[in-house]
Design a protein around this ligand. Structure first.
Ligand SMILES: [Zn+2]
Length: 289
């Protein structure tokens, strides 16, 4: 059994509710997901397109006062980022207005992964809010979490995966937010199929070169393993990844999914993961017509 769906265009029932994009409104796409679902990676790949910009965990600037605004400029030892200069004084309601003035006409991609943050920007005339609900295979989430907290029962970790994804689904549905459910495994294993409809939903066209996201300049936040590929070799190293060798091996190689769970998680636990109620919901949502 796989969480991957068969071929064709990916559609969800929310597509019909997606308003037309208009030049007067800034499209802001919030990536919502569990931890370790590939949100930083997806944020950076999308933001490598000329029509988009990735802001990473942009909420930190307002929720953690004094937080650095740009990992890239920090890594270069610069006192302040040119692009985000002054952002610390911007009122939260203008967070995306500020970003839109810095990156005119581009779709803004936010990877703060917090429904409450997204909810603050709903119902506004100047913003066209959309959600990318990114889902990783539950056994992938499990394996990634077990590396960090091996003492935790697998049932507990799988329940987190279930609860978080159900909560996100309820949030976007109850607020009637135009959204796409996307699978990390599909995006990484078959990017040529999975990215074009997602990019179209965000108002742009997919460019496969963006999978080599380290060839592009990225200002803003984002400090985990995926970001380490473009921060490496700079003056100041502050990003955190428990997985440096893995990410180093990815550099320059074709995009491939993190599927280490297939060797590391036993078949019966994978069966349990794939039997979670939300795994069935997800298969339904990813079913292509
Ligand atoms: Zn910068």
């Amino acid at each position: 059994m796989s969480l991957r769906a068969a071929g064709g265009n990916q559609r969800t029932h929310m597509d019909s509710l997606a308003p037309e994009r208009s030049p007067e409104r800034t499209t802001v796409a919030f990536i919502l997901s569990t931890r370790r679902a590939g949100s930083t990676w997806l944020n950076i790949v999308l933001g490598s397109h000329p029509w988009a910009v990735n802001l990473g965990e942009y909420a930190r600037i307002w929720l953690m006062p004094g937080h650095v605004a740009c990992r890239l400029c920090e890594a270069d030892g610069l006192p302040e980022c040119d692009v985000f200069a002054g952002v610390g004084a911007v009122p939260v309601d203008d967070a995306f207005g500020f970003a839109a003035r810095r990156f005119p006409g581009r779709t803004i991609v936010d990877a703060s992964k917090q429904e409450a943050w997204c909810a603050r920007f709903l119902g506004r005339d100047d913003l066209d809010v959309r959600v990318i609900h990114l889902v990783r295979h539950p056994a992938g989430y499990l394996e990634s979490e077990l590396r960090r907290r091996p003492e935790t029962p697998f049932e507990t970790i799988l329940a987190e995966w279930q609860e978080t994804n159900e909560r996100i689904e309820a949030f976007v549905t109850s607020n009637a937010i135009p959204h796409r459910v996307v699978s990390y495994e599909e995006l990484t294993e078959r990017p040529g199929d999975a990215f074009p409809p997602l990019c179209e939903f965000l108002g742009g066209t997919y460019d496969p070169d963006t999978l080599q996201y380290w060839n592009y300049v990225h200002h803003g936040l984002g400090g985990n393993g995926a970001a380490s590929l473009y921060l490496r070799g700079r003056k100041v190293v502050k990003y955190i990844t428990g997985d440096d060798a893995y990410y180093e091996a990815l550099r320059g190689a074709p995009t491939r999914p993190d599927l280490r769970w297939r060797e590391r998680i036993s078949a019966d636990v994978i069966d349990k993961a794939e039997s979670l109620p939300y795994a069935a919901t997800l298969r339904e949502l990813l079913r292509r017509d």
